[in-house]
Design a binder for this molecule. Structure first.
Ligand code: NAD
Ligand code: UDP
Length: 343
């Protein structure tokens, strides 16, 4: 299979490309490297044991996109996994137009060029954020989506709608909307992992940077939620499990075309304080933390009903919280500055 991976140099994309290469798929990455580096692609090749065909292109650049499809016309793409997008919630509040333009216009460009070249199998990276404050737990795909609390979340919900409408109009298309819960962890080798710009917004990279001494102390946002220990509860999923979810999803494209929605989560909820404790045990160091006020826009609990993925994709998560902590820690220890300035 020849797979085009947009955003393939990023955190989830790089882990997915390793799994694709390992099963001898042909992999083409398209990325503008705005939040990633060439070094990640070198390491993907090393871990996957194969070469990647890389194009430094922006999905907003229509001509650049067409060139990528044109250059691969003799071995056309069988499917596209579309990870490329901006994902920082706080930045999306400050710069909404940047987010709407990059994520939505970029996706429309991509889909138009796919149609132009007759490539009609698409996997899109959506997020559990589209469920907003869930009416019930665990969250199944039947739960209604609801008002998002930030422009980033809205881009996911809007793109889901756009792709659903597009597939309805063109029933020969196969569209898979994968709603990720909270990806954490890193490849077992410690060679690839999450490399956020600046001070991390997300829990796991914040904890790893406290553990390594780059940051002083974690703020636990809220201890008065209606959860077992008062801190927020999330469905943390190992990034390699998530990557394998995409590999499983590609098999869906041999079935009847349609537009499918599927959660990718473990089905287990762990609290922020559970995570701090498990990480401390995994790295053998105390993680200094203080209780801070709730973060605006956060919900108390969010975890998946992963049943549909098991039934329809034949996939379920294998790694536990301890694995996620150990692997994140190995990546952080071996790469205290992330990929650094190695390009
Ligand atoms: P990431 O930032 O590590 O990877 C995204 C990649 O897309 C980066 O390599 C970046 O350089 C590239 N990119 C961004 N805009 C681009 C553009 N205009 N043209 C070409 N390349 C562009 O993020 P990630 O964590 O790997 O997330 C991948 C996808 O999954 C994103 O769409 C994200 O919104 C979604 N997602 C992530 C999470 C999460 O917590 N990490 C959760 C749910 C959904
Ligand atoms: N969180 C925290 N301190 C941090 C970052 C996050 O307490 O520095 C909490 C956050 O309030 C939420 C959970 O950790 O309850 C997961 O947050 P993250 O930003 O990683 O993912 P989200 O669920 O918001 O997408």
């Amino acid at each position: 299979m020849h797979v085009l991976v947009t955003g393939g140099a990023g955190y989830i994309g790089s882990h997915t490309c390793v799994e694709l290469l390992s099963r001898s798929d042909r992999v083409t990455i398209l990325d503008n490297l705005s939040n990633s580096s060439l070094e990640a692609i070198r390491r993907v090749e090393e871990l996957g044991g194969g070469r990647v065909n890389f194009h430094k292109v922006d999905i907003l650049d229509r001509t650049g996109l067409e060139d990528v499809f044109e250059q691969n016309i003799d071995t056309p793409f069988d499917a596209v996994i579309h990870f490329a997008g901006k994902k920082a919630v706080g930045e999306s509040v400050e710069k909404p137009l940047l987010y709407y333009h990059n994520n939505i216009t970029g996706t429309i460009n991509l889909v138009e060029v796919m149609e132009q070249y007759g490539v009609r199998n698409l996997i899109f990276s959506s997020s559990a954020t589209v469920y907003g404050e869930p009416a019930s737990l665990p969250i199944s795909e039947e739960c209604s989506t609801s008002a998002c609390t930030n422009p980033y979340g809205w881009t996911k919900l809007m793109i889901e709608q756009i792709l659903t409408d597009m597939q309805f109009a063109r029933p020969e298309w196969n569209v898979l909307l994968l709603r990720y819960f909270n990806p954490v962890g890193a490849h077992k080798s410690g060679r690839i992992g999450e490399d956020p710009n600046g001070i991390p917004n997300n829990l796991m990279p914040y904890i790893t940077q406290v553990a390594i001494g780059r940051l002083k102390q974690l703020s636990v946002f809220g201890d008065d939620y209606d959860t077992p220990d008062g801190s927020g509860v999330r469905d943390f999923i190992h990034v390699v499990d998530l990557a394998l979810g995409h590999v499983a999803a590609l098999k869906k494209f041999t079935d009847n075309p349609g537009c499918y929605v599927c959660n990718l989560g473990t089905g287990k909820g762990y609290s922020v304080l559970d995570m701090v404790k498990t990480f401390s045990e995994a790295c053998g160091r105390e993680i200094s933390y203080k209780i801070a006020p709730r973060r605006a826009g956060d919900i108390a609990s969010c975890y998946a009903d992963p049943g549909k993925a098991a039934r329809e994709l034949g996939w379920q998560a294998q790694y536990n919280l301890r694995d996620m902590c150990e692997d994140s820690w190995r990546w952080q220890q071996q790469n205290p500055e992330g990929y650094g300035k190695q390009d």
